[in-house]
Structure formats: C-alpha cells, structure tokens
Ligand binder design. Structure first.
Ligand code: FMN
Length: 339
C-alpha cells in the first residue's frame, strides 16, 4: 500500500510530497482511518533519562517541525515523538527548493533552515494534540533564530527552554543543524561549556518553579572527529547533561556526489549517514557509558540498522529518512525484530 502511495508521492517535488503526505495523514486521522499500532509495553518498555518509554523507537526531529501532526504520527507505533526544531520567533527558512530525494542512495539532502511557526504556535499544537488524546512521550527540539547571532544563541535556547519546559517530557538542544550559519560551532570548547552551563542553571531553576524535572538532550553532528567526541563527552559529563542525540545530518557528500542532486548544499541523511552515526555513537559510548544515555539516529531503515545502533551503545533510536523510503510499516517491522 505505502509502495503505491510512495510511487505517486515521488513524482512530486520533495517538499510538496512531504506536505501532501502529512496533510493526508491528518485527514486520515480526523476521519478515524488511522488505527494505532498495538504494541505490548510489558515487553518493549524501557526507562531512559528517568522516563518510561513504551518502546525504543522514536520519530526524529524535523518531520513535524510545528507539532501539527503529533497525535496522527504517534499512531504509527512510535515509543516517542520529537517535534521541532522550533525557534523563539517564526521564520520562513531558506528559499525553495531546499529538500531533495536521492532514491539511488536512499538518501535525502535538506537545507530547510529551521522553517517553523515559532514556539508559541508549537505549544498551541501540543495542547491540541493532548486534547485529541495524545498521551505519549514528547520531545521538543529547540534552536536559534537566523537573525540571532551565534554569540547570542544562548538567549534563544533559554527562551525555548522556558517556553517548552512545562509541555515536554524531554527537551533537545539542537546545536548540529548544518543549515543555520555558525550553529555547529556551539559544539566545541568553551562555547559548548558556556551554553551547557547556562542551560543547566536554567533547568534547575525551572525544575523548582514547575516542581518537575525535564531532562535535556544535546544533539550533535556525525562529522565529529574522535578527538572532538572525547572533548564533547567531557563537557557533557562536566555539565551533568541528561542525554546525547547522535546524530544529525552530515556535510560529507562523498556517497552521493555522482548522483542526481548529490551536489546540493545542505545536510545528507538516510543510508549514507548510517555507519557514520553508528561510529560516532560507539565512540561517545566509550566515554559516556552508563552515565549519559545516547539516542541513536541516522540511516535506520530496518531492524538490523536499529540493532546496530543499540549494540553500539544507544539506549533508544529515532528514524526520519527511513520512514520516507520504507513507510510507516517500518516501525512495526523494527519493533517485531528487536528485543
Ligand atoms: C528534511 C529534514 C529536516 C530535518 N530537520 C531537522 C530539525 O529541524 N532538527 C533536527 O534536530 N534534526 C533535523 N533533521 C535531522 C534528523 O532528525 C536526523 O537526525 C537525520 O536526518 C538522520 O536521521 P535519518 O537518516 O533517519 O534521517 C532533519 C532531517 C531531514 C531529512
């Protein structure tokens, strides 16, 4: 069924088919055509960051940037859904076209540039999802506006943190999108340490204010060297971060440079990033061990791919590009075939 739908969707430009797929999904949900995939949490649940997840497979950030489809997407069987990246103010993102499929490599290049309707709108959508019956685990992924300088990025993250705190089960600080100039520089050295210490202080004060502790995950790129992984790990540990999400898209286009759209600017996801991100997870795991859990993401398109990330040290995994190529049945297939 999805294969037929995909054949039609792939005739359209990538972003138009993305919008149409999500629109069809919300209609199907509204008219009651989407029945939730039944899983048995007695067998699949796992506690990570102090949260009990019904299963280990989540939706990665970027597919539902405004949180408009949380309830419908949760019916695919995800153990958790991450929405965003959302910024304090609404912004249009980069000019179109900015999303490209590369089917021969089962890959995607995007340079969306944090197009989103702003955090207030996202919170309204989260409330609507909860009113509609969503009671799953929700991650809210926050970023900085394009007009905010990298030097002032901390203030945007603190706004995101304060606004999202009450509504999220966990919050992801995205410092690894390649499509916001300078953002990735926040992954290094003193800049990272400064950002994380400000975030930790704010988290502690919000936890007193709201009388609940919301864990914070830091999302990193797959393009980190072993030395950089070691440095980032030390900074995460020093600042008592709650989780690491590894990884975002890669800037390395070697795997696709001879294919149609393979030379587009932006971040590459899907199969070509799979082993890169698994390597980064394994490297991080050497330093973080059981102290900081890892959420593994990058190129998962089968149960074996998910298992490789879990074996490398991930406690949970997420998918995005695999869902585009394999369809929602992927989640059920993974759940059936992992422990
Ligand atoms: C079109 C597109 C948009 C994305 N937008 C975001 C985003 O806004 N924030 C984020 O943290 N990651 C974003 N990502 C990265 C994914 O969450 C994920 O980390 C990456 O694509 C690797 O996983 P995958 O190979 O399963 O897609 C985006 C990915 C794609 C393909």
């Amino acid at each position: 069924m999805y294969k037929l739908f995909r054949r039609f969707l792939f005739l359209l430009p990538a972003e138009a088919s993305h919008d149409l797929a999500l629109f069809s999904l919300s209609i199907a949900n509204k008219v009651g055509l989407l029945r939730p995939i039944q899983t048995n949490p007695d067998h699949t649940s796992v506690t990570v960051m102090g949260i009990k997840f019904p299963n280990k497979i989540g939706l990665a950030a970027g597919l539902d940037k405004n949180g408009k489809h949380i309830h419908a997407l949760s019916k695919f069987g995800f153990g958790f859904v991450e929405v965003g990246t959302v910024t304090p103010l609404a912004q249009p993102g980069n000019p179109k076209p900015r999303l490209f499929r590369i089917p021969k490599a089962r890959a995607i290049i995007n340079r969306m540039g944090f197009n989103n309707h702003g955090i207030d709108n996202l919170i309204q959508n989260v409330n609507l999802a909860k009113d509609a019956g969503f009671d799953g685990i929700l991650g809210i992924n926050i970023g900085k506006n394009l007009i905010t300088t990298v030097e002032d990025a901390v203030s945007d993250y603190l706004i995101g943190l304060r606004q999202a705190y009450f509504y999220a089960d966990y919050i992801t600080v995205n410092i690894s999108s390649p499509n916001t100039p300078g953002l990735r520089s926040l992954q290094y050295g003193e800049e990272l340490d400064h950002l994380l210490s400000r975030i930790k202080t704010e988290q502690m004060s919000l936890s007193l204010q709201f009388k609940k502790y919301v864990p914070i995950a830091i999302k990193v790129a797959p393009d980190l060297s072993d030395e950089e992984v070691k440095d980032v790990s030390a900074t995460l540990l020093a600042n008592n971060m709650d989780a690491l999400i590894a990884t975002n898209t890669t800037l390395s286009k070697k795997a696709v440079d001879d294919l149609n759209h393979g030379d587009e600017a932006g971040g590459l996801s899907g199969e070509p990033v799979r082993d890169m991100s698994t390597r980064v997870i394994a490297e991080f795991h050497k330093y973080l061990k059981d102290q900081i859990p890892i959420i593994g993401v990058g190129g998962i398109a089968s149960a074996a791919d998910a298992k490789a990330k879990l074996d490398a040290g991930a406690a949970l995994v997420q998918v995005y590009s695999g869902l585009i190529y394999e369809g929602p049945g992927l989640i059920r297939r993974i759940l059936k075939n992992i422990d």
